[in-house]
Design a protein around this ligand. Structure first.
Ligand SMILES: NC(=O)c1ccc[n+]([C@@H]2O[C@H](COP(=O)([O-])OP(=O)(O)OC[C@H]3O[C@@H](n4cnc5c(N)ncnc54)[C@H](OP(=O)(O)O)[C@@H]3O)[C@@H](O)[C@H]2O)c1
Length: 324
């Protein structure tokens, strides 16, 4: 099958080159997906650079999500049949014509979505669901502060929080992105190009939950932006992982600081999450309150260009590879 390999060392996007690999075996409990589209995520760039190795047992091929048709079904799988249209959360292996995955990590493609838009869903849906609604415990009527508002994750977080009846305060770097976040449903959208957002968040009443992909540079303001009982949920530290935290503020405010990664979770935990995402978030996709926003589509063979586009930071929403 055709795949994208990381050639000539790691680093530059041009290291991504088409190659050939055997079609994966289908083990009991797995399905083989004929991939039609694969979503690109920021962690793929880290993996390309050698900074985010695949967990044990995962494919070394990039790609954390894909959509397509079931090609074959492993022993013991009863939910899926060949030909079913699915999208799936993958431990790796999406940048390829076929991907094998635990059958429990596949979800039906919501009605009305094509493969490209379906491939843009799993990684952001699972990540936002577990971080905002499980660890962040965001409730209707509360306020979510989300940074990187126009990122793949940010776009999902804004829409999902709104669908759940919460308010959203968004930050992004640049006036055009701040404008886009308003269009996606943020009630308050802050251009934080100069790195400052605290005053505007306070003026808007503060936040119950912060979804933080920035890390060190925003840490002090995040802590100050939270209302009593607030939850600060870290999913990345793009400005650095070492931050000074005022523990007195944490204690006085009864604040919670937590964080996690999705990829390293075990298969049963991802299966549990898949069920929860299908029950809670899929209906919002079906009724249009959450819609995958696809910025640009590249053919699989042009994965290098797709990575360069994501790295340029000009996108709003997702960048997707079309396969075959
Ligand atoms: N923990 C997990 O389980 C998990 C799972 C998936 C993704 N993630 C992380 O979530 C983040 C978003 O992923 P994605 O695929 O949606 O990425 P993406 O579309 O490439 O977006 C990255 C975003 O990060 C923002 N950003 C980067 N550096 C920043 C800085 N120094 N200060 C402020 N904002 C900064 C950018 O904001 P501007 O556009 O405003 O410049 C951009 O919107 C990534 O860091 C990724 O690694 C974590």
């Amino acid at each position: 099958m055709r795949v994208i390999e990381i050639r000539n060392g790691k680093g530059d996007a041009r290291a991504l080159q088409p190659g050939e690999r055997p079609v994966p075996d289908v083990w009991p409990g797995e399905v083989l997906i004929r991939v039609r589209a694969a979503g690109i995520n920021r962690p793929d760039i880290l993996q390309r650079k050698g900074l985010y190795p695949p967990p044990p047992g995962a494919s070394d091929i990039l790609g954390l999500e894909a959509a397509g048709e079931i090609e074959a079904v492993g022993a013991g799988v009863t939910r899926w049949l060949p030909g079913d249209r699915v999208c799936a959360l993958l431990g790796g292996g999406g940048y390829a014509e076929y991907a094998a995955v635990d059958a429990r990590h596949a979800l039906p493609i919501p009605a009305g979505l094509d493969f490209v838009h379906a491939a843009a869903l799993p990684e952001t849906a699972f990540t936002v669901f577990t971080n905002v609604f499980e660890d962040g415990r965001l409730e209707a009527g509360e306020t979510l502060l989300v940074h990187g508002a126009t990122s793949g994750i940010g776009v999902m977080a804004i829409q999902a929080a709104r669908a759940a009846g919460a308010r959203v305060i968004a930050t992004s770097r640049g006036a055009a992105k701040a404008e886009a976040a308003l269009g996606l449903g943020a009630e308050v959208s802050i251009d934080a190009e100069d790195g400052r957002f605290l005053e505007a968040v306070r003026d808007a009443g503060g936040a119950d939950v912060v979804l933080d992909m920035v890390g060190a540079a925003y840490a002090g303001q995040n802590l100050q932006a939270l209302k009593p009982g607030g939850r600060w949920v870290v999913i990345a530290f793009q400005s650095g992982n070492l931050a000074e935290v005022d523990l007195a503020r944490l204690m006085r405010g009864r604040l919670t600081l937590t964080g996690s990664t999705l990829r390293g979770r075990d298969a049963d935990e991802k299966a549990r999450l898949a069920e929860a995402v299908e029950a809670r978030l899929w209906p919002w996709v079906a009724d249009g309150r959450v819609r995958p926003v696809v910025d640009k589509v590249f053919p699989l063979e042009e994965a290098a260009g797709a990575h360069a586009h994501l790295e340029s930071g000009v996108h709003t929403g997702k960048v997707v590879l079309r396969v075959g």
